[in-house]
Structures are given as structure tokens and as C-alpha cells.
Design a protein around this ligand. Structure first.
Ligand code: KPL
Length: 292
């Protein structure tokens, strides 16, 4: 396995750590390995074409990351996307039609405690399926077997698009609301204003999904939102973490994806529209900011 990093600065950091460390009983357990950047790989003529690629950066960074490695892929390469959000798979298939592309949907929880040092926060299941579907699940089952070494609980999935929609629906409620109100996941169930938005937002999301031919029950989305907020009540959602660090968020591939579906299907999506507008206004620097 060769981790492919974004740039030389990340590579230096990785080399200092010496690999990827997993926290076990409060101590980092190092899995030593050597990383590279895509540029280095392209220059190393002896490197064999990439047969298996896992892309686990944020949705908004994926197209650029893929562009950096697409020419290094073997003709029948397998690519697996592990990330929040939707719409990336379609983007990659436009770049490379016919790509053997898999997507993963995970309920596992983890966060970085230091550069390349991971703390597993919750043990869940990672569903993996060929995009957009794999009715016989032969290829998805085979990939799960190859990935057994990861130590994750893996499950092949016949309809990964449906699994992605189910996860997206929950993320499209929890992530923007926690980011907007600057609250932990549990705070969403106690603060009156964001709490009052949960049910109507779930109904709007189910309506957009239905227009796209995906059956999602608004009450089940709402129940899932409540369940996940309770289970992860002290967690800071990934979108709020990005906002607090001043980083670009996954908004375009969560609520933005829903808005693009709504526009295509000519369905109204006022709540998603408002959430996006309010978050963008919050993120964009005030006029004059940063100028002398
Ligand atoms: O996936 C998540 C995220 O933060 O991106 C949830 C489920 C909201 C947990 O925090």
C-alpha cells in the first residue's frame, strides 16, 4: 500500500511520523509505510500502473486528486470512493467512462489526534458497492474480501446509490444545521430554532429523492437524525469542524447535490436553498476584510 499525498509538505509530515498510527489503549501504534505524491509517482518510470486506488479525501477535493492520478491507472483499475456527499462518482465517470468505480458508505467513526494519527471513535459497518449498482454483488463481494486486511467490518451492497442517499439525507440535516448554529450534534436536539427545522428539512429531502426515483421515508430520515444526534451527541460534525478551521466544506456535495437534483427535476427546495445561502454568507469574508 502506498499512501498518495497532496504535496511535498504533507509528505514531509508523513515521513516524520514514519507511517500511519492508530491509537490503541491511548498509545499510537505505528503501521510503517512509505508514501509518495502523485507527481513523484508520475516521474518514477519504474512504478507499475495503479491497479487499486482508494480515494478518501473530501468530496470537493476529489476531482482534482483524481486528475492527478488518472493517467497512472491500469486499464482495468478498481477505484473506491470513501467520503461523505454525492455527485463525485458521476464526475469521475465523465473523466473516465467505464471506470470500475465503487463507493463506500460507513458508519465507522474516527478522527485525527495528530498528523497521520487516527483515533477510532466508533465501530460501525462500511457498505461497499459498485456504482451505481451491482445486483448480483459479485464484484462488490470480491472487493470486500480484498479489503479484509483493513480490519473494518465490510458489507457488500447491491444498491450503493440508495445507501448513499440514506446517509446523505442524514448529513444534509445534521451537518449544515450544526455548522450554522455552531453546536455539537446533540445540541441540535435541544436548541429550539434548529430543532424546529429538522422535520420540514427531512420532508423536503424525501421529496427531492422521490423525484429522482429514490424512495426515502421522511419519518425514517427524521428518526435516523434523532438517533445519530443522540449516539454522537458530543461530536462536532465534520462540516462544523471545517467551518471552525476556515476550510472549504462539503456543502456543495451534500445540500448542493440536493439542490442540483431539485433543479433537474423542477422540484422546489427552499429550505436547502436557504441553508446554503446562510452558510455561504457566514463563510464568505466580510467586504473589505483582509484589506489594509
Ligand atoms: O457523518 C457525520 C459527519 O459529521 O460528517 C455525522 C453522521 C453527522 C456524525 O458527526
Amino acid at each position: 500500500m502506498t499512501p498518495l499525498l497532496r504535496n511535498g509538505e504533507q509528505l514531509e509530515q508523513f515521513t516524520r511520523v514514519g507511517g500511519v498510527a492508530l491509537m490503541v489503549n491511548g498509545r499510537p501504534k505505528l503501521q510503517p509505510c512509505t508514501a509518495a505524491t502523485a507527481v513523484q509517482l508520475a516521474q518514477a518510470r519504474s512504478f507499475p500502473p495503479i491497479a487499486q486506488l482508494i480515494i478518501c479525501c473530501k468530496a470537493q477535493q476529489t476531482a482534482a486528486a483524481f486528475a492527478g492520478v488518472v493517467d497512472l491507472l491500469a486499464p482495468d483499475a478498481t477505484v473506491l470512493l470513501l467520503q461523505n456527499g454525492m455527485g463525485v462518482a458521476e464526475e469521475l465517470l465523465l473523466v473516465r467512462p467505464g471506470l470500475k468505480l465503487f463507493c463506500g458508505v460507513s458508519t465507522d467513526g474516527a478522527h485525527l489526534v495528530a498528523p497521520f494519527t487516527v483515533q477510532r471513535a466508533g465501530v460501525g459497518t462500511t457498505q461497499i458497492g459498485l456504482f451505481p449498482e451491482d445486483p448480483a454483488m459479485a464484484l462488490s463481494r470480491e472487493l470486500c474480501q480484498r479489503l479484509e486486511v483493513s480490519g473494518l467490518t465490510l458489507a457488500p451492497c447491491a444498491d450503493i446509490r440508495l445507501a448513499q442517499w440514506q446517509k446523505l439525507a442524514v448529513n444534509a440535516v445534521i451537518n449544515p444545521l450544526t455548522a450554522l448554529y455552531d453546536i455539537s450534534n446533540g445540541g441540535l436536539l435541544t436548541l429550539t430554532e434548529p430543532k424546529s427545522l429538522i422535520a420540514p428539512l427531512c420532508a423536503e429531502i424525501a421529496g427531492i429523492a422521490s423525484a429522482e426515483g429514490i424512495a426515502l421515508d421522511p419519518k425514517s430520515i427524521e428518526d435516523n437524525v434523532h438517533r445519530i444526534c443522540q449516539l454522537t451527541s458530543a461530536n462536532v460534525s465534520s462540516m462544523l469542524q471545517d467551518v471552525r478551521r476556515g476550510r472549504d466544506t462539503e456543502l456543495d456535495y451534500i445540500n448542493g447535490f440536493l439542490l442540483r437534483c431539485a433543479a433537474r427535476q423542477e422540484v422546489d427546495a427552499p429550505l436547502n436553498q436557504q441553508l446554503i445561502a446562510r452558510l455561504r454568507a457566514r463563510q464568505s469574508p466580510a467586504p473589505g476584510a483582509g484589506r489594509d
